[in-house]
Design a protein around this ligand. Structure first.
Ligand code: NAD
Length: 256
């Protein structure tokens, strides 16, 4: 149902972004994959996605911590019917020890990049008369955890930015929503395990069960396929009146 549409997914050479790209390609959308690297495997990923789904897939390198590169990504895509702002990083530390450069990078990549890509994409969506923006926020866009100050601030910020984007496009065939996942076992989450082990003096298994899934009443990780399906739903006609919302996919975390 997305034939003829082009989807730009930021931070999509791994994890949730790649899962969303797969699902949108399965629905017939042409895809622009992105990350800040320019490796053979990034381009190979684009080729295999194109082969798997019979759509056009390009990999465009752009660093989402830099505003001009965020805008250049959309310009180089040439068309952007679906924008998925997914690129994100994490750092875990108490506030007094939180490295300033990590704070700045998290705010830039997890929040400000969406402002730049949205600003560049909206004129294209308006010209096409249709558009979908999906911002990958987090359960941490609605609730907090200790030691994640920059991440929680950025994710709450993007939930607010989602609402403003929805209001500015409300009378058009354009929607903007946030998806708020609980824990998904991607490389981003893997990378937090060592620090959290140190912070709480726990083993890997204890961190998974007692810190991560402790907050997730289902006691199961969310999967990238489930997030791909949620995003595809938001791109469907059934979701045409869903805008400005934050959809939790978190095994009950934010119901607690
Ligand atoms: P991941 O590390 O697998 O993927 C992050 C992606 O962002 C990668 O493709 C990476 O290359 C890209 N990226 C990082 N810095 C970039 C930059 N400067 N420019 C361009 N791309 C950059 O992690 P993930 O878990 O798939 O996370 C994807 C999104 O989902 C993030 O916004 C994250 O905050 C959010 N999220 C993840 C979880 C989880 O449990 N994994 C939960 C809630 C929200």
């Amino acid at each position: 149902f997305l034939g003829g549409k082009t989807a730009v997914v930021t931070g999509s050479n791994s994890g949730i972004g790649l899962g969303i790209a797969h699902r949108l390609a399965m629905a017939g959308a042409d895809i622009v994959l992105n990350s800040f690297t320019d490796r053979d495997e990034d381009h190979a990923l684009a080729e295999s996605l194109a082969r798997d789904h019979g759509v056009t897939v390009r990999y465009i390198k752009a660093d989402m911590s830099k505003g001009d590169e965020c805008r250049a990504l959309i310009e180089r895509a040439g068309r952007c019917d679906i924008l998925v702002n997914n690129a994100g990083i994490q750092h875990v530390a108490p506030i007094p020890d939180f490295p300033v450069e990590k704070w700045d990078a998290i705010i830039a990549i997890n929040l400000t990049s969406a402002f730049h890509t949205t600003a560049a994409a909206l004129p294209m969506m308006r010209a096409a008369g249709w558009g979908r923006i999906v911002n990958v926020a987090s359960a941490h866009g609605l609730t907090a955890s200790a030691f994640k100050s920059a991440y929680v601030a950025a994710k709450h910020g993007i939930v607010g930015f989602t609402k403003v984007t929805a209001l500015e496009t409300a009378k058009e065939a354009i929607t903007c929503n946030a998806v708020c996942p609980g824990y998904v076992l991607t490389p981003l989450v893997e990378a937090q395990i060592p620090n959290t082990m140190k912070e709480y003096g726990m083993s890997r298994e204890e961190v998974i069960q007692k810190v991560m899934l402790e907050r997730q009443p289902s006691k199961e990780f969310v999967t990238v396929e489930q997030l791909g399906d949620t995003t595809a739903f938001l791109c469907s006609d059934a979701a045409a009146q869903i805008t400005g919302t934050a959809i939790s996919v978190d095994g009950g975390w934010t119901a607690l």
